[in-house]
Design a binder for this molecule. Structure first.
Ligand code: AMP
Length: 374
């Protein structure tokens, strides 16, 4: 029986662990959030090591006897991965994590791989003046978006800027840390592609999916995305494959993309882990992203990524619909993460499947009507 150590014990770890028993995999989790006694989504799914990511004794306990260590939380300090790498195989490796954690390194990786992205410039308040920031904004074009280079997620650490006169106010709203200045993309829609790369360098991709956000948080994923031509799918796969090859990546990775008005793809960011826009694969694909991540990190062959029918995934954000109401909708699966409900917090999701896109869409609308009613 293989043992997998996981940095983080949130819902992604929970769904990873739910894919494990059928494959004969056991789990051990390390998460500082579990050290305070709060219930965590991975309770009951494996051994929980309480402790911080900088706690060497806790990292030792996590690694001891594990076949491989992986992560389900993207902002694990790279130093923890480097320390663990001296004791156990860690997948994905430190280089991939370092790149994904810093928006500037991420954009450089896109450039090195020939992957199209929007215009960007870096600005550091410690060494550069506000006039230099104004110049960077003019260079990328207005409106621009300022993002903290590190630690951003779900639209946090971001501000839009429409005119140079707003610089002082906008800067005041962000922490005094290095920023990335990006042109604002007038996208037609947001897409993502989730793929897996094995330790042998083989990669497989799920179909492009279409994502809708509310207040910077993913609300809905439609899988497969409607109206995707084979050439658009091929172009997304080419981009994701070249990034994974460049990073010698092993495991599941997501690439978030903007589809431009003229149907070209621009890379936004990568996630070095299983991804919310891949949750539909649990019911909606031959092999789920979670199983494929386990297969990849354990050195096993990857599973088929073809979709089974059509799926729509709806996130539950600070809301808990009645399970009986949801499950009365044909094709619906209810996932609850075992977390306390708080406004703006992802606490579960519902995936609905249908034989056609229309049927899946109509069933998803019934789920959304339940949410709107509350
Ligand atoms: P991110 O944290 O980079 O994924 O950004 C969160 C969300 O903000 C994205 O899913 C988009 O909806 C929006 N966004 C981020 N960057 C841009 C951009 N350069 N242009 C337009 N919208 C953006």
């Amino acid at each position: 029986m293989a043992t997998v150590g996981v940095l983080g014990a949130g819902q992604l770890g929970r769904m990873l662990a739910q894919a494990g028993p059928a494959m004969g995999v056991r789990f051990r989790f390390l998460d500082p959030a579990c050290a305070g006694g709060e219930r965590c989504p991975c309770d009951g799914l494996g051994q929980i090591v309480p402790g911080g990511f900088d706690d060497r004794a806790a990292l030792d306990r996590l690694a001891d006897g594990c076949d491989v260590v992986t992560l389900e939380f993207e902002n694990v300090p790279v130093e923890a991965i480097e320390y663990l790498s001296g004791r156990v195989t860690v997948r994905p490796a430190a280089m991939a994590l370092r790149t994904a954690q810093d928006r500037l390194l991420e954009k450089r990786a896109f450039a090195a791989c020939g992957v199209a992205t929007n215009a960007t410039a870096a600005w550091d308040p410690a060494t550069q003046s506000r006039n230099e920031l104004r110049a960077a904004i003019e260079a990328v074009g207005r409106p621009a978006i300022l993002k903290t280079r590190r630690m951003g997620y779900d639209g946090k650490g971001q501000a839009r800027i429409a005119s140079a006169s707003e610089v002082d106010v906008v800067i005041g709203s962000l922490p005094r840390v290095p920023l990335l200045v990006e042109s604002c993309v007038a996208f037609r829609r947001e897409l993502s592609i989730v793929g897996a790369r094995s330790s042998a360098g083989e990669s497989r991709f799920y179909p492009l999916v279409e994502n809708t956000h509310e207040n910077g948080i993913l609300r809905r994923t439609v899988a497969p995305a409607p109206g995707v031509t084979p050439s658009l799918q091929a172009s997304a796969e080419r981009a994701a494959r070249s990034i994974m090859d460049h990073l010698a990546y092993v495991g599941v990775m997501a690439l978030e993309l903007f589809e431009d008005q003229d149907a070209t793809l621009l890379a936004n960011e990568i996630a070095p882990r299983v991804h919310n826009t891949g949750h539909w694969t649990i019911e909606g694909a031959i092999t789920s992203q979670f199983e494929n991540h386990l297969r990849a990190i354990l050195g096993r062959p990857l599973g088929e990524t073809d979709p089974v029918g059509h799926s729509v995934m709806v996130n539950l954000i600070g809301e808990r619909p009645d399970a009986a109401d949801v499950l009365a909708i044909p094709g619906a699966s209810y996932h609850w993460y075992g977390k306390a409900v708080r406004p703006g917090r992802k606490v579960g999701h519902v995936t609905v499947r249908g034989e056609t896109a229309e049927q899946a869409g109509e069933r998803a609308a019934r789920v959304e009507a339940l949410l709107a009613r509350r």
